[in-house]
Design a protein around this ligand. Structure first.
Ligand SMILES: Nc1ncnc2c1ncn2[C@@H]1O[C@H](COP(=O)(O)OP(=O)(O)OP(=O)(O)O)[C@@H](O)[C@H]1O
Length: 562
């Protein structure tokens, strides 16, 4: 990560004399203090806070205090213990510039009393404590292993940072640290034999719901979707980490349904599957819309009911302790078209939609289910299904941007790179720049096609029995460039959509040929179809027009109704 340790460019370490924090109140802020003139020295333009690396491991927020002499830094006892210095010692201090995306997704803290071993026992409410710590230490940087003292309801405690996870962080390297934000999720553990009991949070709550501490999407094989993943996590899972009675007390209702929508091949299914794998408990059920449909009367409704049977049993027998059941519904538009929109006259679709609504939101509704629906055609779905309480969180998964494309290419070439099959001339950065409008699936296709060119070079058509020389297989930049000709982006449209695009393009051409005249050079064509909203559709249409008719100097204005 660029600037993982984020030291200010050219900033040299200053050697400062350690003094005690001026007051007990200030000691509990976890700030380090220095003379106002020194603060100016460390301040970097544009940043709200001044962060300094004190010693070699801990990053503290530096504040000015009138009583501190120049060239001195005030550290409280816990900070001095952590950095292994005493008052009067010298310590190195240097500016720390937080890199981008430095917000902590999760902070796991071990709690203890400041006074060490006592005979006290204390119950700490994890929800209240989390809120307090968030408020008190917002924007501060926490590093694994760091100890911090704080006051909570009149008692002084310390916490030790056991885990500090950034979204997308490769936690196998170096120190883990990040900044506390409003989104940071706190998990508390009591120090063994401390006498502290944490209530209102299942023990190590996050590990209850998430199997791994892994938040690295690239390791999970998902590229370019970290913003979408963060949104899904916040909306659909954050509340589920708390036990049912707290959720009831807070009056929160879990999100029971979520819709991932967007062009084909952009990773919707991939994302839903990986979320399912991350969760503890049951394997998610994955079904496909058309699969659930049956030609027999009542059979489809039964198939829908069966999907929820396990969750119902679990809720009946284990109540609030029931596991979370994730049901992933691919191509949900196949069975959840707007009621009354299908012309089969049977009303079958209507009753399927009703069946689903009852399970998610009706009198028999379940609280232990998360339904993840996926579609390329959100516009086709029954409105009722998308209301709050149902598939209420809508996350658009779009074609990846350049950075996303780079991540996807890295994911799909990582194995060949590890095994030295990737030639040195391959620039994934350049490929990412040249693959505008490619979906994730198409990028995977490009990699496969490039590999096939490389393998083909090794095969001798004259003698197919000739042994292959594994060592000399190299996928080169040329192979990728050939692959780009073979795999062209469908600008996120399915074959169906493409056919429809061609159909409409043909009609636009007709319209233009009929109406075009020198006196009437500008045309306004209104699009009212969602698949026409993409910039690439408009561009393709313009190209198509240019090639199809002699439009001369005619200007054509294409507009979409969004
Ligand atoms: N963001 C991505 N990161 C890495 N691989 C991706 C990504 N998007 C797509 N792929 C690759 O393309 C394959 C197909 O994608 P996926 O089935 O998840 O797309 P989808 O959006 O669900 O498409 P559809 O709407 O057609 O079902 C994935 O298995 C994966 O190999």
């Amino acid at each position: 990560m660029a600037g993982r340790f984020g030291f200010g460019a050219g900033s040299a370490a200053e050697s400062m004399t350690v003094v005690n924090t001026p007051s007990q109140d200030l000691a509990l802020t976890n700030f380090a203090y220095c003379a106002p003139t020194d603060l100016n020295k460390f301040a970097s333009t544009g940043s709200k806070h001044v962060f300094v690396l004190v010693g070699d491991s801990v990053v503290l927020t530096l504040r000015a205090h009138q009583t501190i002499p120049s060239n001195h830094i005030a550290l409280n006892a816990i900070q001095r213990r952590h950095t292994r210095v005493s008052s009067g010692d010298q310590i190195s201090v240097r500016v720390f510039l937080p890199p981008d995306n430095f917000k902590l997704a999760l902070l796991r803290l071990e709690l203890d009393f400041v006074k060490g071993k006592t005979n006290r026992t204390e119950q700490l409410d994890a929800v209240l404590l989390g809120q307090q710590l968030q408020k008190k230490f917002i924007d501060q940087i926490m590093t694994t292993g760091q100890r911090v003292s704080f006051e909570f309801y009149g008692t002084n405690y310390t916490f030790t940072v056991n885990q500090a996870l950034l979204e997308g962080q490769d936690d196998s390297k170096g120190l883990d640290r990040g900044m506390i934000s409003r989104e940071t999720y706190f998990v508390f553990e009591a120090s063994p034999n401390s006498g502290i009991k944490i209530i209102n949070q299942r023990e190590a709550a996050s590990s209850k719901i998430f199997r791994h501490k892994e938040f690295n999407l690239q390791k999970l094989g998902i590229g370019g979707l970290s913003a979408e993943f963060t949104e899904i996590f916040r909306r659909a899972f954050a509340s589920r980490v708390f036990p049912a009675h707290v959720v009831n007390k807070l009056g929160i209702k879990h999100v029971k349904g979520m819709l991932l929508y967007g062009p084909p091949g952009t990773g919707k299914t991939l994302m839903a599957r990986q979320i399912g794998k991350l969760l503890n408990g049951r394997e998610p059920k994955i079904v496909n819309g058309p699969e659930v449909l049956s030609k027999y009367v009542g059979e489809t409704e039964k198939n829908v009911r069966d999907l929820f049977a396990d969750a119902e049993n679990d809720q009946r027998t284990r109540g609030d302790q029931s596991d979370l059941h994730v049901i992933i519904f691919d191509e949900i538009d196949a069975i959840c078209k707007s009621r009354g929109s299908t012309r089969d006259g049977t009303g079958v679709h209507d009753s399927i939609v009703n069946q689903l609504l009852t399970k998610i939101d009706g009198v028999e509704s379940l609280n232990n289910v998360l339904l993840i629906g996926m579609t390329n055609r959100k516009d086709l779905l029954d409105e009722a299904l998308l209301r709050p309480g149902r598939l209420e969180v809508h996350v658009e998964i779009n074609l990846p941007d350049e950075n996303g494309r780079l991540q996807i290419l890295q994911i799909h070439t990582s194995q060949m790179k590890e095994n030295s099959f990737l030639a040195a001339d391959v620039s994934l950065q350049e490929l990412a720049a040249r693959t505008k409008n490619y979906s994730g699936a198409e990028l995977e296709g490009v990699v496969k096609s490039a590999v096939s060119f490389a393998l083909n070079r090794q095969i001798s058509m004259d003698d197919l029995t000739k042994p292959l020389d594994e060592e000399s297989i190299k996928v080169t930049m040329d192979d990728f460039l050939h692959a780009l000709h073979e795999i062209v982006p469908a600008f996120g449209a399915s074959t169906d959509d493409l056919e429809r695009c061609r159909y409409y393009q043909f009609h636009i051409v007709l319209l233009l040929t009929v109406t075009a005249s020198k006196e009437q050079p500008a045309f306004c064509i209104l699009f009212d179809y969602p698949f026409m909203r993409s910039e690439s559709f408009v561009l393709q249409t313009i190209l198509f027009l240019k090639n199809s008719i002699q439009v001369g100097d005619m200007h054509c204005l294409l507009m979409g109704i969004f």
